[in-house]
Design a protein around this ligand. Structure first.
Ligand code: GDP
Ligand code: IMO
Ligand code: MG
Length: 426
């Protein structure tokens, strides 16, 4: 059995949560391998909407084990909030969710540092989600982080040392926290650690590999997107983890040879939250129309998402980096009412046309080269099969498959679980 990976090909919010939920019944295990509560994965079914941040999107189906892997950074307080809400909705979470001993912990002071570091950047701020992601991964790489497994031995001592380092850093940034406020945050944090102790904390690398040896199938759920990857994204306007397929290997301890299908998920257009380059961004009425029709407001922070046309230069790059074997196109219904649809096939930079994603998107003027295609002007939201697709939509799919040289195997036509159409592989 192989380990399949599902990940975002753009700047996040592609619809990963929805599709992981839809694909889960085909798997025995669903595992998150990186990121933390900066993620907001939305699922809709039975007229209810759920947003998951750290817990895998396989949690609503029955029979699967869900795992939070070693590559994830965990905020105990936010985890507790999310977990207790799921328990209230009737899920026997402690039975089906397991957490890696090696997952790093987000401390209250990490969040304070995230805010202080952003403030210090001024106009160059990244526009982080403010969840302490950067400082936590920084501690991990600096070899000073705290892991979930550290709560099992000499925890108070380790916590105090990390806390003092953070307070010193905050003081140097002129952001010393109010003592009472910090004490309150820390009390909630320690209580949440006690709550987490009720879960099975595992050596997830052994656990996952044993399951695969036994013939069980695993779906790895990515967070963020390839263009936010710390190595390959639009650095420095990225997150602090490897969001790409290789991140599933390091974030779960599965060997590259065990990776099977790689599902690459993208919207029929493109969005971005926070700062950083976005070549196909639209500042006009069309951009606004996409935002309103697509409800493009952040699931975590409520911020407006920047909107633009689909960027095939970026998608080709993401497909290459991840070794994508199957594409999934989301939110095609959002374009249902458009007369024409544009797709960026190349960039013009200093008079030169390139189809390759360049190192620098920031200090140069990037002019997208567009192909314009006819819109389908048909409500697709209740369609059940690809046979119902209008001719113009079929042409749009054909065009994308040729440009991206990869089959589109799932098309999503609405936020609900049921609004998902599988295509036959030819
Ligand atoms: P994720 O972070 O990749 O899981 O994506 P988000 O949940 O942050 O953002 C995707 C948003 O689009 C959510 O509000 C989903 O409910 C919604 N959504 C997902 N698929 C579709 C679709 O095909 N059509 C429409 N209209 N909305 C969708
Ligand atoms: P999901 O999993 C969209 C963005 C932030 C910011 C940058 C760095 O829901 O797709 P961070 O808090 O990670 O240090 O912020 O990355 N970002 C996301 N954008 N979707 C996400 O997750 C994101 N997670 C982080 O807006 O620009
Ligand atoms: Mg999201």
């Amino acid at each position: 059995m192989k380990v399949d990976v599902l990940l975002g090909l753009q700047w996040g919010d592609e619809g990963k949560g929805k599709v992981v939920d839809v694909l889960t019944p085909r798997y025995d295990v669903v595992a998150r391998f990186q990121g933390g509560p900066n993620a907001g994965h939305t699922l809709e079914f039975d007229n209810k909407k759920y947003v998951l941040r750290s817990i895998p999107s396989g949690i609503f189906q029955s029979g699967q084990i869900n795992i939070i892997g070693n590559g994830v950074v965990l905020d105990p307080v936010l985890f507790r909030e999310e977990a207790e809400a799921l328990e209230k909705s009737g899920i026997d979470l402690k039975k089906v969710l397991k957490l890696s001993r090696k997952a790093h912990l987000i401390l209250p002071t990490h969040r304070l540092l995230d805010a202080a570091l952003e403030a210090a950047k001024g106009k160059n701020k990244i526009g982080t989600t403010g969840k302490g992601i950067g400082p936590t991964y920084t501690d991990k790489v600096s070899r000073t982080g705290l892991r979930l497994g550290d709560t099992e031995h000499r925890f108070d001592e380790k916590y105090a040392a990390a806390r003092q380092r953070h307070l010193d850093r905050l003081a140097s940034l002129g952001a010393t926290p109010d003592a009472d406020k910090l004490a309150e945050l820390e009390k909630a944090w320690m209580d949440a650690i006690d709550y987490i102790r009720q879960y099975e904390i595992i050596d997830s690398e052994h656990y996952v590999n044993h399951l695969v040896d036994e013939g069980k199938s695993v779906l790895c759920e990515g967070a963020q997107g390839t263009l936010l990857d710390v190595d390959f994204g639009s650095y420095p306007f990225v997150t602090s983890s490897n969001t790409v397929c290789a991140g599933a290997c390091t974030g779960l301890g599965v060997a590259p040879r065990r990776i099977g299908k790689v599902y690459g998920i993208f919207k029929a257009y493109c969005t971005r939250v926070g700062s950083g380059p976005f070549p196909t961004e639209l500042f006009d009425e069309t951009g606004k129309k996409i935002r309103e029709l697509g409800h493009e407001y952040g699931a975590v922070t409520g911020r407006e998402r920047r909107c633009g046309w689909i960027d095939l230069v970026a998608l080709r790059y993401s497909i290459m980096i991840n070794g994508v074997t199957r594409l999934i196109m989301m939110k095609s219904d959002v374009l249902d009412g458009f007369d024409t649809i544009k797709a960026c096939t190349a960039y013009e930079i200093d008079g030169e046309v390139t189809r390759d994603f360049p190192f620098n998107l920031e200090d140069v003027e990037v002019k997208p080269v567009y192909t314009e295609l006819p819109g389908w002007k048909t409500d697709m939201t209740s369609m059940q099969s690809e046979d119902e697709f209008p001719a113009e939509f079929k042409a749009y799919i054909d065009f994308l498959e040729k440009e991206l040289n990869t089959p589109i195997t799932i098309v999503s036509v609405g936020p609900d679980r049921t609004q998902t159409i599988e295509r036959k592989l030819s």
